[in-house]
Ligand binder design. Structure first.
Ligand code: NDP
Ligand code: GDP
Length: 327
């Protein structure tokens, strides 16, 4: 049975990737950072019914010694570095922490791997946010980067360190440059989940209004379940290489609202307001990915449409609120 290590196992992608790898027969080790609320940290794994199937081990990306000890003890052949301070808006309030976790955390893990398991395979969760103020209308692996937030700058550092360890030490280390991907397990502060949760609360009569920031921003949104499959496919190739993962279709926040509210029989214009205090100091106006390389070399393609994903997310949020009200 192959063993893998996932950092960020309690997050959206960590949960779906765990589920995917368990189905493939892996022994899944998940890095769990210490929390005083340990009864709730496994919520996403529990939601997928796999909390008891993942082996959770104590550690933190900012603590190199914990990473070394984990690699020594468990000897994973595949390492997925998904752990991060992942919320762009928060990165202006906590730029140093974001640098330490999202940026330097990757170097800590690469170093631990270089010391303990130089032959393991390493996946870095790079982000389309690195394209930021876009230099080409459609972004692929050759598009120059222009990060626009402390989060994106930290991700870019981690991205280049991954490339550097591959080139300097011949390590099997690669990056997936993933465009935004969502699901019912997306954190509530991201705009998609904020919208579907808002739709659910308005539908159930618990709220009347949903306050958002920039409604004109455009993103290339896919489903997390499709995107974790791409991560695994990347690590199965003979040679390590970086790949863009995207749907090739983008929509505005306004479009997302229109679809989500109308799915629930509502008109978004009656409920959504745009507030200046929710705008960002520097915005990424538009992202659109070209995943032809992933399609050709990995045989990967998305299977879930934006409309189906939004329906799944709205249904899940309505169900969550109904259950909470009954409890
Ligand atoms: P989440 O925010 O849902 O999960 C982040 C994970 O990182 C959580 O498990 C969190 O743990 C963990 N973490 C935070 N700080 C530390 C730390 N110091 N040490 C160890 N673990 C830590 O992110 P997603 O699942 O959405 O994304 C996964 C990765 O992919 C992230 O790196 C993200 O930046 C990147 N990415 C995501 C995209 C997306 O659209 N979802 C797009 C492109 C890249 P805890 O539960 O304790 O907070
Ligand atoms: P990001 O692409 O990783 O920053 O993902 P988000 O879901 O946080 O934001 C996507 C886009 O939605 C950005 O351009 C935000 O400015 C925009 N947006 C508009 N209103 C909101 C809001 O209320 N919350 C969040 N998170 N984003 C918003």
């Amino acid at each position: 049975m192959p063993t893998c290590l996932i950092t960020g196992v309690t997050g959206q992608d960590g949960a779906y990737l765990s589920q995917f790898l368990l189905q493939k027969g892996y022994h899944v080790i998940g890095l769990l950072r210490r929390s005083a609320s340990s009864d709730t940290v496994g919520e996403r794994l529990r939601w997928l019914g796999i909390l008891d199937k993942v082996e959770l081990v104590d550690g933190d990306l900012v603590d190199l010694s914990s990473l070394i000890r984990i690699l020594q003890a468990h000897q994973p052949t595949e390492i997925y570095n998904l752990g991060a301070q992942s919320f762009v808006a928060a990165s202006w309030n906590q730029p140093l922490l974001t640098g330490q976790v999202t940026g330097q955390g990757a170097t800590n893990l690469l170093e631990a791997m270089r010391i303990v398991l130089p032959r393991a395979r390493y996946y870095q969760a790079s982000s389309s946010e690195m394209f930021g103020r876009i230099q080409e209308p459609i972004q692929n692996e050759r598009t120059p980067f222009y990060p626009r937030s402390p989060y994106a700058v930290a991700k870019l550092y981690a991205h280049w360190m991954t490339v550097n360890y591959r080139e300097s030490f011949g390590m099997y280390a690669l990056s997936g440059i993933l465009f935004n991907h969502e699901s019912p397990l997306r954190s509530i502060e991201f705009v998609t989940r904020k919208i579907t949760d808002g739709v659910a609360r308005i539908k159930l009569g618990m709220a009347r209004e949903l306050a958002l920031g920039n409604l004109e921003a455009k993103r290339d949104w896919g489903h997390a379940r499709d995107y974790v499959r791409a991560m695994w496919l990347m690590l199965q190739q003979d040679e390590p290489d970086d790949y863009v993962v995207a749907t090739g279709r983008n929509s505005s926040v306004r479009d997302f609202c229109r679809i989500a509210f109308s799915y629930a029989g509502l008109n978004y214009e009656d409920h959504v307001v745009s507030r200046s205090e929710l705008m960002r100091p520097a915005e990424v106006d538009v992202l659109l990915g070209d995943a032809s390389k992933a399609r050709q070399k990995l045989g990967w393609q998305p299977t879930v449409s934006l409309e189906d994903m939004i329906a799944e997310m709205v249904d899940a949020d309505v169900e969550r609120h109904r259950k909470r009200r009954q409890a």
